[in-house]
Write a new protein. Structure first.
Length: 359
């Protein structure tokens, strides 16, 4: 794929057509300010219980709708009280008008599509090219979800997603939470098909580590480029499974909010969902200062910086290929580029191997 198709401006254009998280479902009982790809938004739940996402700026005199209130299915501006329908964006009420007064036909704000899933609110600024997935590895599990406090990170969302996929940083960044992890990363069975990437990693229990106090686990990684990453922890039949999800959302090109959460299966015997969240919060808090020190702030898909990779980077290399595939697919859907690659897997430093069978 040509590097000019992966510049920050081209990526921003493509990502207008991707679902991203803008809030936790639990927080939108009152209007919440959000920013996605530099677009200022407000997220709220209307009186009928439906989550809504609209532009934040009132078209009357620029009032901040995130400081407004909900009146039925409308959001009311705090400046002059103009009310806008959360579904259509049309202005429904102007308090300064006399009874029967005509509302200006252009009095409307932009609204955006909404999906609530994984205890979070998702939106897309344009027409989505990909659907929001239901990961097959959790089908049949009865999960108890707990969304975490969002993390504001001084880096791009792709860099944050790569961090979540990186096993080689465990002994250095997470020495306190994970203990003395062996720095050698063995052979990883990584597969990619289109924008999806899978890998399984055996995580051996580390003595005196809260993170692995439950025991050995197989960590099943699954990503949907450009910004959905999950890990299913399988501790075996006696202990069960738990789930970790990571949804970094681009505030701008080089800043993001990491929305994330944990879940435990009904048969999980390795701790409560609250205890799991506490453990994983320590891990995420150790990542944040490292992410803030990255240079450049975002993955240099257009070759903006020189990088050298090692075999342990095979997952993140595949993630980059998956992201390129996703971007090119989006661009093709708008008639901008040649056909996307055929979904082959990037192995090691760049040798392609066959993709897995379609499921």
């Amino acid at each position: 794929m040509k590097q000019e198709a992966l510049t920050p401006d081209k990526l921003r254009e493509a990502y207008q057509h991707v679902w991203f998280v803008v809030a936790r479902s639990r927080d939108i009982g009152t209007p919440q300010a959000a920013q996605l790809l530099d677009q200022k938004l407000v997220v709220f739940r209307d009186a009928s219980g439906v989550a809504r996402v609209t532009d934040r700026r009132c078209v009357h005199r620029g009032g901040n709708l995130a400081d407004g209130v909900i009146d039925g299915n409308n959001i009311a501006c705090p400046y002059h009280g103009w009310q806008f329908d959360g579904e259509t964006g049309a202005c429904r009420h102007i308090p300064s008008l006399p009874e029967g007064g005509r509302i200006p036909p252009k009095a409307a704000i932009k609204t955006y599509p909404v999906i609530e899933r994984f205890e979070h609110v998702w939106t897309c600024l344009g027409d989505p090219v990909f659907g929001l997935p239901n990961p097959p590895e959790i089908e049949g599990l009865e999960l108890d979800w707990l969304p975490a406090e969002p993390i504001h990170a001084d880096c791009g969302f792709m860099a944050a997603t790569e961090n979540f996929r990186d096993m080689a940083h465990f002994p250095f960044v997470h020495e306190v939470s994970m203990g003395e992890v062996n720095p050698v990363v063995g052979d990883l069975d990584v597969k990619r098909e289109g924008r999806e990437v899978w890998a399984s990693y055996f995580y051996q229990q580390v003595p005196d580590s809260n993170f692995s106090s439950t025991g050995d686990a197989v960590m099943h990684y699954h990503s949907y480029a450009p910004g959905i990453a999950t890990i299913l922890y399988d501790f075996g039949e006696e202990i069960g499974k738990r789930y970790l999800v990571d949804f970094p959302s681009p505030v701008s090109y080089d800043k993001c909010i990491i929305f994330w959460g944990v879940a435990t299966d009904k048969n999980f015997r390795g701790g409560t969902v609250e205890e799991i969240l506490e453990i994983e919060t320590q891990v995420f808090n150790e990542d944040t200062p490292i992410l803030g020190g990255l240079e450049p702030k975002e993955v240099p898909l257009a070759g903006q910086a020189f990088e050298v990779s090692a075999p342990a980077d095979i997952y993140t290399l595949n993630y980059r290929r998956a992201t390129q595939y996703a971007v090119q697919t989006i661009q093709e859907s708008r008639g901008l580029t040649e056909s996307a690659d055929n979904g082959r897997v990037l192995a090691g430093a760049g040798s392609p191997v066959p993709a897995p069978e379609k499921r």
